[in-house]
Write a protein that binds this ligand. Structure first.
Ligand code: XIL
Length: 376
C-alpha cells in the first residue's frame, strides 16, 4: 500500500474531526503553568505517554490532557504482533489506525512499539516460527507494519526485552525467537527493519536496568555486551529504550552506577529514550500524601541522573493517569499488612504516574517538571 493511500485512509476517520477541535479545559492543565512538552522541548527533549486509544475515545478530559502535556505517544498495545495479526496474514489495524489518526491530526509523534516481543507472539505463530521458512512470517508482520506506518512513525522498538540473566552465558533471553532463529535474530530483525524503513531510528527496548541489585547489574552487563557486538558488526541500531519501571521495593538508586551505565551506552554512539517510566509503590499503608511524595522523590532521583546524560532524548511515561496504569496493587502487597484495611477501605490503585485517578496532577508531575527545568 502506498504512503499516500495509507495516510489519507488514516486521516479520513471520524476521530480526526473530533480531536482536532479539542479545547483544553482540564483543571490539571490549568494547575500547571506550562505543559511538560513545552518545558521538555525548550531543552531539546520530548515528553510523551503510552496510550490506549480506547481510553482517549471514552474520556474527553483525558484526551485533552494528553494533547496538552505530550508531544509523543507510544501505543500501549495496538501495534504488538498478537494484537494486529490474530490469524495468519490477516491484519487488523483498527486500533492502531485510530491512535495514528489522533497523533497525526494533532501533530504528535509516534513510537513504533513494539515488533519482536516474546510476550506478544500470536498463538498460531508459535509452531510456524520453527518451520524451514519461519522467518517469512516475521517478515510479513514487519512489512505490514512498516508499509502502513513507515511515514507516520519515526522511531521503532524493533526488539523488546532481549535480555534475561541466569540462563545463558551471553545473557540473551531464551525466547521463542532465539529458539527458532538462533542468537542472530536480533541483528536479523534490525536489518529487516532497516531495509523497510531506511530513515527510521531503530531501537532495542529493555527493562530492569535501574537499581543497584545483582540481577540488574548482570542485566546492564549483558545488554552492554549485546550492544557492543551489534555495533562491531555494523548492525543498524540507533538508540536504546530504557523502560524505567521504577520500584520502591528495590532499594536506592545509585547515581554512580546508573550514570556510568548511561555513559557506556552513549559512548557506543547510541541515543537513549526513557521509554516506559512509572513507579511501583511498596508501602501502601502510608497516608496518600506520603505515598505520593515517595513516588515523586524516586522519579526526581532517577530523572536527575538520567537527564545528566546528554544522549537522553526524551521521556515517555507508561500512561499519564493512575486510572489507566498497568501496575496493580497485588494480593501480596495487601497481605504484607494483615491488620490493615479491616474497615472495608482499600489501598486504592497504585499511584505511580503523574496524574491521579481523577486526572489531578500529583507530586510526581512536579518532579518531572522540576527535573527538566533544572537543566536550563
Ligand atoms: C504492557 C501493557 O501496559 C499492558 O496493558 C499489556 O497487557 C501488556 O503489556 N514492557 C513493555 C510494554 O515493553 O509493552 C508492556 O506493556 C509493559 C512492560
Amino acid at each position: 500500500m502506498s504512503y499516500r493511500t495509507t495516510r489519507r485512509q488514516v486521516l479520513s476517520s471520524a476521530i480526526v474531526a473530533s480531536v482536532s477541535s479539542a479545547r483544553l479545559t482540564v483543571d490539571c492543565a490549568q494547575a500547571a503553568e506550562e505543559p511538560l512538552s513545552g518545558a521538555f522541548s525548550r531543552n531539546n527533549l520530548y515528553f510523551g505517554s503510552a496510550v490506549r486509544i480506547e481510553e482517549v475515545v471514552r474520556n474527553q478530559d483525558f484526551r485533552n490532557l494528553l494533547l496538552h502535556e505530550c508531544d509523543y505517544f507510544t501505543p500501549e498495545v495496538a501495534l504488538k504482533w498478537a494484537a494486529v495479526e490474530r490469524s495468519p496474514g490477516s491484519f487488523n489495524f483498527t486500533s492502531m489506525d485510530a491512535l495514528a489518526n489522533f497523533a497525526l491530526a494533532n501533530r504528535k509523534r509516534l513510537c513504533g512499539h513494539t515488533l519482536l516481543w516474546h510476550k506478544s507472539v500470536p498463538h498460531w505463530a508459535t509452531a510456524l516460527l520453527f518451520e524451514k521458512d519461519g522467518w517469512r512470517i516475521v517478515q510479513r508482520y514487519f512489512e505490514a507494519a512498516f508499509s502502513r506506518y513507515g511515514h507516520a512513525i519515526d522511531r521503532w522498538d524493533v526488539v523488546n526485552e532481549p535480555i534475561e540473566t541466569g540462563y545463558r552465558m551471553d545473557g540473551l533471553r531464551n525466547s521463542i525467537f532465539l529458539q527458532a532463529f538462533g542468537t542472530d535474530y536480533v541483528a536479523r530483525a534490525l536489518w529487516e527493519a532497516r531495509q523497510l524503513a531506511p530513515g527510521a531510528k531503530l531501537m532495542i527496548n529493555e527493562f530492569g536496568l535501574e537499581y543497584d541489585l545483582r540481577v540488574e547489574h548482570d542485566r546492564r552487563y549483558h545488554l552492554l555486551k549485546l550492544l557492543e557486538r551489534l555495533r562491531q558488526a555494523g548492525v543498524p541500531l540507533d538508540g536504546i529504550g530504557l523502560q524505567a519501571h521504577l520500584d520502591l521495593s528495590k532499594g536506592a538508586l545509585s547515581a554512580d552506577v546508573l550514570g556510568r551505565f548511561l555513559k557506556e551506552i552513549a559512548d557506543l554512539g547510541l541515543f537513549i529514550v526513557i521509554s516506559e517510566l512509572d513507579v511501583k509503590e511498596h508501602e501502601y499503608i502510608l497516608p496518600v500524601e506520603q505515598r505520593d511524595n515517595r513516588v515523586a522523590d524516586e522519579t526526581r532521583r532517577y530523572l536527575d541522573i538520567a537527564f545528566g546524560q546528554p544522549a537522553v532524548r526524551g521521556l515517555i511515561t507508561w500512561g499519564l493517569s493512575d486510572r489507566h496504569s498497568w501496575l496493580q496493587v497485588t494480593q501480596e502487597d495487601v497481605a504484607r499488612y494483615p491488620n490493615a484495611w479491616k474497615d472495608g477501605s482499600t489501598p486504592g490503585v497504585n499511584r505511580g504516574l503523574p496524574f491521579d485517578y481523577s486526572l489531578k496532577p500529583k507530586p510526581m508531575y512536579r518532579a518531572i517538571a522540576d527535573s527538566v527545568r533544572r537543566l536550563r
